[in-house]
Design a binder for this molecule. Structure first.
Ligand code: URA
Length: 219
């Protein structure tokens, strides 16, 4: 059966709107399921809705979101062609860090969206989404370095980035993040080239080489 991706994503959004799996729904104004293209090649994952997202029900629509849109331009991407979601779908009070229990409660929504969209590249924004795919990593060491990651029985490329809110607070991080987004754009162009030349995705193309070499070849 061919699954209509938009329909499947709408179903996730309805489940998110009805969700009482943790207590955040009690203090949040709106749920924020995610937004973007069901056929997105790139899937961005932030942390949790903030004040503006909670008011509007849209991810990354406040100051961090405006900066994210500028960063997207550096990678020759638009908001319309990617998909953007968060680890949590309801705002934590006072924008506190997500708890492990909240992340676990919200996990099925994100996992289902990834399964439906099947992006080529997953970009993690900040440490909470990075931890999902690259547990134990330090963002200061791995940002801007794409990796192959097995997730839910499939191989994905994960591209860890700093969170745009960190760039709003710190000019040095902003300069690093700008570089990483330029690099993301170059990397996506390379993925397209490989696909066009060989008809294979990068993972298959490199499969004869050992894993560590494979990681190196990504950059
Ligand atoms: N920060 C996030 O992590 N997500 C949003 O949607 C907005 C700000």
């Amino acid at each position: 059966m061919v699954v209509d991706k938009q329909e499947a994503l709408d179903r996730v959004a309805q489940m998110v709107a009805d969700c009482q799996r943790c207590f955040l729904y009690k203090t949040a104004k709106r749920s924020v399921s995610g937004q973007g293209n069901p056929d997105a090649k790139v899937f961005f994952i932030g942390e949790a809705p903030g004040f503006n997202e909670d008011q509007q029900g849209v991810p990354f629509c406040g100051r961090a979101g405006k900066l994210l849109e500028k960063f997207l331009e550096l990678a020759s991407l638009t908001r319309e062609e990617v998909f953007i979601a968060n680890m949590l779908r309801h705002r934590p009070p006072s924008n506190r860090d997500p708890s492990e229990a909240e992340i676990a409660a919200c996990r099925p929504f994100l996992d289902r969206q990834i399964e439906v969209i099947e992006p080529k590249v997953i970009v993690t924004l900040g440490r909470f989404s990075m931890e999902k795919f690259l547990p134990g990593s330090l963002i200061s060491r791995v940002h801007g370095q794409p990796r192959f990651v097995n997730f839910s029985g499939k191989e994905y490329i994960v591209f860890p980035m700093y969170h745009p809110a960190a760039s709003l607070r710190n000019g040095k991080i902003k300069a690093l993040e700008e570089k990483d987004f330029v690099k993301l754009g170059q990397f996506l162009a390379k993925l397209n080239q490989v696909q066009e030349k060989t008809g294979q995705n990068l993972s298959k193309h490199l499969s004869s080489q050992d894993k560590s070499e494979k990681q190196m070849k990504l950059i």
